[in-house]
Ligand binder design. Sequence first.
Ligand code: SF4
Length: 382
Amino acid sequence: MMKNIKISYKEFKTALNKLKYPDSWFWCRYTINPYSGCAHKCLYCDARSQRYYLSQDFETEVIVKTNIDKVLDQKIKRSRTLLPDVIGPGGVCDAYQPIELEVENTLKILKVIEKHKYPVNIATKSNLITRDLEILNRIATDTWCTVGFSITTMDEELAQFLEPHSSSPKERLEALSKIKQGAPKIQVGTYFMPIIPFLEDTDENLEAVIKKSKESGADFVLFSPGLTLRDAQADFFLKKIKESKYGNVVKPLLNLYSGQIGPPKNYVHRIYKKLLPLCQKYDIAVREKRWIPKDYRKWNYKISELLLVKEYMDVLKYGKSDKSFYWAGLTLNNLEESILNVYNRGELSKLRNFNSKVREFVESYLEQNKELNEKTGMDRFL
Ligand code: SF4
């Protein structure tokens, strides 16, 4: 499987990347890439685009980041400002690509994560992750652990073409099932993204991915119609498609995108309108449950989640939303005191993006919890 891939070793000075805001899909505050590059070489991989500035040729080389666990450990130990929050190993690489079996960089990172009691969210296309079931289960018990398998088609031949070096969709679902049965505290699900127009957006495939995910024990399916078509990534993908038996989709794909990086809103909304009822039919969540810290951030994170989920559900249902809910939800993550203090001082309007509609929503939520507040005092929430 590692044929034609050169493996190099290099020590990097930094390991952990802190995001300005936790992302509202995977709830990651930090990302860490155990490797630079990815031997899975999915045809649509966005890591080929220029924005990731990989120092090596994506098609032929993977760099193992040596001592990454030690660099991470030192970073967490020495930092006075880092707070435990969700770490996402991978992002511009798959944390469980084949070289992981040999060098165990991801496992080493997980040991540091467990030691410092940080929560973790891993997205992968490999069933190798089941090797680490025990440590992932301990992290889930101590804090929080979510595992998502990226699955976009149940057509094995198409998957083999698009994702030639990862586990097959069937193997990924078997791994999902194994995690669900062996470690029920781990939140598991499917990342149904990117859904490639004209190849993976048939009614049959949309339903098959959701149905099979549910049958395998998935707690959620996160979906995203379309894929990005960006500079070098677009060139590579379109060339490969054109040369293949799927060449007839190139023209409609280019027509749909009309020179844009993503598909038009009306296409995305059309697919949303099919996926949301399917998830309802199979009783499967369309968002991951968030990790909630026990310190002063507790109610900030809970209310942030409510705001972000409301905004997202409005997009799914109506094709549009009030973006102030989104921005209020994101910026609330960075508030340096509990929102309950701000609420008690009558100062919600001073928070960023808290316009009257957002305030009304938040106040109504806090009012519903008033009985609890009065019974036990606001300290109950801290
Ligand atoms: S597994 Fe992810 S990072 Fe690796 S090639 Fe595929 S899309 Fe890219």
